[in-house]
Design a binder for this molecule. Structure first.
Ligand code: PEP
Ligand code: MG
Length: 883
């Protein structure tokens, strides 16, 4: 078998499509090399070696080592240098590369191959001894940290002490001899701490670094990142070993990162940052604030530091043409890393660029207009759940802003919260339900938990490609980065800005779209869903087969859902209407009435309220289907609990509180979710169903008269397990329908259907379909009853199940295709055997989950119904499922 794939000099053994084995980085380096782009030669050790490594007590296969050595030979031939050669040494970088990028989560070793002899040769060849000793000390530091496990800080301490002793402020102030001295101190530290010397044999260094990069696949921050992004641990990482090129060889050298389009807005303009005389990590680490690549961007940012376009026009021109070439080759926006070594451009990485949802929309729509991709592909390019990002509020432009500072608009949207200065505080705040803004000088991968927990992120150092900016955009969290006019004083836990000093807990607002930092809370506006969003949604709507309805119980929900494009109501949970205002009181009277007569008295008071609820919903939906479900929850949910509440109800009913307490106790259930609820209520107390049916029909007639639209109410009976249950309730509904229509002198059409939310109903669907005119899958209860897991108690152990690998995802969030899904397929098929044209939908939470929507498409459902804010997600998911 083959463990190693080489690339370089216009050739490559791998291809872009083979990310699974080569990892994203290795695959794209191979592709760039085949395209004839300037890529330093190298080799990629495939992800299978990572699996081998963990299955074999953290060892590397011998056969792989042979292939690496053969690959090294090729690299030596291409570069004309020798690995370990003491006159013309080849130096290497060793980097991770998973199937999808996990920025900064794993380890890297640069300048590998340096030792006490090769360092002299490097200095001699570069004509720069200072550079060589600086490179050597960087290597020892990285190697000591990553491979030997000594920790970055002990090295930093030595360097800081030396700088203090020599009276230097900056690293760049150190001379060759001074760096050489630091190297000596570093080596002594290693020997003292570990009892073994820093390895001088380049091959020992190489195997050590390769092993360490594989080991970093299991470091805590990589594990956290994978958990957050649902990346399976089995994938493993590849390792790429590549010839070093240097961006820190003086003023004709540079290093940078760029996006072929703006990753925040999507605007079609080359966008990036670079540093002269610097090594790769310096740009992303945010230690020096980088310069713009293009003149246009420099002018826009108002910076007086020159652009790459200005300082290195030739390298810039070549880079720009490579950007165009790569973008049209991959037909997507690219995120590129490059280095210029003494005027010569080298490409170090290309990958599909991470972007905000807003940018993703614009890029997809623009690329379709440019003819690079088709409309369907544009629809496929947007991650449905990322639409959540668009729903972020922005600061109302009419309000006065108390600006205390500003930085780069690194990730859009505005957020308000209390200041915290550490990731741990952010996590603790989230657990207590407090909203916070994480304020840091800069962030690092260790902060990832806290970043996720915060409403927004503010840093005072670093650029648009700094860690904070990249991660926040990926998470869809607003971020202002590099706010240099603000100062964080960690010792005193304060943030100092234009004339103000704010402490931990003080409220600030950040505007990730303009970069402003404001004091206090400000009025926000909901986002505008037009332009590119509307265009893409239009394409999605034309593509999808399933319709998208909403779960809405109130006029507010219904209106919001309409504005998001809902095509009807798939579930109106009528019980929610009974909790409002005075209604709960009347509802309690009804439930606690001693007999049918008492119940009817209370129901008569509820009727006009229900009627007006429904009339309003019918009017808002203007002829679109509206599914109304009869009362479902166990009655105890409405019961008075405190003595005060009981006294109040007793008073209204003219009863002794004592007597009422007895009735409340009598209604107690041990397992209410499996108790007296759903259609069981309508069978025990048909008068409740009758009142609801009357309210629905009277409202439908009224709305039909008022709007002139045909209103076809769909009445849904919950928790049916037996056809006879549905028969009984349907008979009552039909009876009321006739009465109301006769009274009104107007005939309207209506449907009576049922929820399928019990396994028995799914299995007996062909029989139930004789009575039901439609089915709606209540997958919340269907999941609960299929698994026998209480939906209200699941959270206490589901996360443990996930952590222990018992289940992959929470079945209450994303449908369990194998079990619950099988019941849906059975019910759909059997239902349609009896009634071929019956409408099938889903109204459980899964109706707004992209993976579950895919499943529904496959099962042949007609519609999905979800909460209003998920309607755009469902429209897009349904389209993607149909493509
Ligand atoms: C369901 O069970 O999936 C459903 C939609 O009903 P509810 O969540 O109201 O029980
Ligand atoms: Mg239910």
């Amino acid at each position: 078998r083959k463990w190693v794939y080489t690339f370089g000099d216009g050739k490559a053994e791998g291809r872009a499509g083979d990310r699974e084995h080569l990892g994203g980085k290795g695959a794209n380096l191979a592709e760039m090399a085949s395209l004839g782009l300037p890529v330093p030669p190298g080799l990629t050790i495939i992800t299978d070696v990572c699996t081998y490594y963990y299955e074999n007590g953290r060892t590397l296969p011998e056969a792989m080592k042979k292939e690496v050595l053969a690959g090294l030979k090729g690299m030596e031939e291409i570069t004309g240098r020798g690995f370990g050669d003491t006159t013309n040494p080849l130096l290497l970088s060793v980097r991770s590369g998973a199937r999808t990028s996990m920025p900064g989560m794993m380890d890297t070793v640069l300048n590998l191959g340096l030792n006490d002899e090769t360092v002299e040769a490097l200095g001699h060849n570069a004509g720069d001894a200072r550079f060589a000793w600086d490179s050597y000390r960087r290597f020892i530091q990285m190697y000591g940290d990553v491979v030997m496990g000594l920790g970055h800080e002990s090295f930093e301490e030595i360097l800081e002490d030396e700088k203090a002793r020599l009276g230097h402020d900056l690293d760049t102030d150190l001379s060759a001899v001074e760096w050489q001295h630091v190297v000596g101190l570093y080596k002594a530290l290693i020997e003292e701490e570990l009892g073994e010397p820093f390895p001088q044999d380049p091959l020992v260094q190489l195997w050590g670094a390769i092993g360490a990069v594989f080991a970093s696949w299991m470091n805590p921050r990589a594990i956290t990142y994978r958990h957050l992004h649902a990346i399976p641990a089995e994938w493993g990482t590849a390792v790429t070993v590549q010839a070093m090129v240097f961006g820190n060889l003086g003023s004709t050298s540079a290093t940078g990162v760029a996006f072929t389009r703006n990753p925040s807005t999507g605007e079609k303009a080359l966008y990036g940052e670079f540093l002269v005389n610097a090594q790769g990590e310096d740009v992303v680490a945010g230690i020096r604030t980088p310069q713009s690549i293009t003149e246009a961007a420099r002018i826009e940012s108002g910076s007086d530091r020159p652009s790459l376009e200005k300082v290195m026009p030739e390298a810039f021109a070549e880079f720009r043409s490579i950007c165009d070439k790569l973008e049209s080759h991959y037909r997507d926006m690219q995120d590129l890393e490059f280095t210029i070594e003494r005027g010569k451009l080298w490409m170090l990485q290309a990958r599909s660029g991470k972007r905000t949802t807003k940018a993703a929309m614009k890029i997809a729509v623009d690329m379709a207009a440019e003819g690079l991709i088709g409309e369907e592909e544009a629809v496929m390019r947007i991650e449905p759940s990322s639409l959540d990002q668009l729903l972020h509020p922005t600061i109302d432009p009419r309000v006065e802003r108390d600006v205390i500072g500003s930085g780069l608009p690194a990730s859009p949207g505005a957020a308000t919260g209390a200041i915290v200065f550490t990731a741990e505080e952010a996590v603790a705040a989230e657990e207590e339900g407090r909203k916070v803004i994480l304020v840091r000088v800069e962030t690092s991968p260790e902060d990832i938990h806290g970043m996720h927990a915060a409403e927004g992120i503010l840093t005072t150092r670093g650029g648009m490609t700094s860690h904070a900016a990249v991660v926040a955009r990926g998470m869809g969290i607003p971020c202002v980065a590099g706010a240099g006019s603000l100062r964080v004083d960690l010792r005193n836990e304060v943030l100092i800005g234009a004339g103000v000093t704010l402490g931990k807990g003080d409220i600030i607002t950040i505007d990730g779209s303009t970069g402003q930092v404001l004091r206090g809370r400000v009025a926000m506006l909901q986002p505008e869903l037009s332009g590119d969003f509307a265009q893409l949604m239009d394409w999605a709507d034309r593509t999808r087969r399933m319709t998208v309805r909403t779960n809405a119980d109130t006029p507010t929900d219904a209106r919001a859902a309409r504005s998001f494009g809902a095509e009807g109501i798939g579930l109106c949970r009528t019980e929610h209407m009974f909790f409002e205002g005075m209604r709960i009181q009347v509802m309690r009277e009804m439930i606690l009435a001693a007999d049918e007569e008492g119940r009817r008295r209370a129901l008569a008071k509820l009727l006009p309220m229900q009627r007006s609820d429904f009339t309003e919903l019918f009017e808002i939906m203007h002829g679109l289907p509206v599914t109304i479900r009869l009362l479902d929850p166990p009655l105890h949910e409405f019961l008075p609990k405190t003595d005060e509440e009981i006294a109040e109800v007793a008073d209204a009913m003219g009863l002794e509180p004592q007597l009422l307490r007895q009735r409340v106790d009598a209604l107690h259930e041990f397992n209410p979710m499996l108790g007296h609820r759903g259609c069981r209520l309508a069978i025990s107390y048909p008068e409740i169903a009758e009142m609801q049916a009357r309210a629905i029909f009277e409202a439908a007639i009224e709305a039909a008269r008022e709007t002139g639209a045909a209103v076809v109410p769909e009445i849904m009976v919950p928790l049916v397990g037996l056809k006879s249950e549905l028969d009984y309730v349907k008979a009552a509904i039909d009876r009321v329908a006739q009465e109301v229509m006769t009274e009104a002198g107007l005939q309207i059409s209506y449907l009576v259907g049922t929820m399928i939310e019990l396994p028995r109903a799914a299995l007996r669907a062909h029989v139930i379909a004789e009575a039901a005119e439609f089915f709606s899958f209540g997958t919340n209860d269907l999941t609960q009853t299929t698994f026998g897991i209480s939906r209200d108690d699941a959270s206490s152990f589901i996360t443990t199940y996930q952590r222990k690998g018992i289940i992959e995802h929470d079945p209450f969030i994303s449908l369990d295709f194998d079990g619950v899904g099988e019941l849906i397929r059975i019910a759909a098929e059997r239902g349609r055997q009896t009634r071929p044209d019956m409408k099938l939908g889903i109204c459980g939470e899964h109706g707004g989950d992209p993976a579950s929507i895919h499943f529904c498409e496959g099962a042949g459902l007609d519609y999905v119904s979800c909460s209003p804010f998920r309607v755009p997600i469902a429209r897009l998911s349904a389209a993607q499922a149909a493509i």
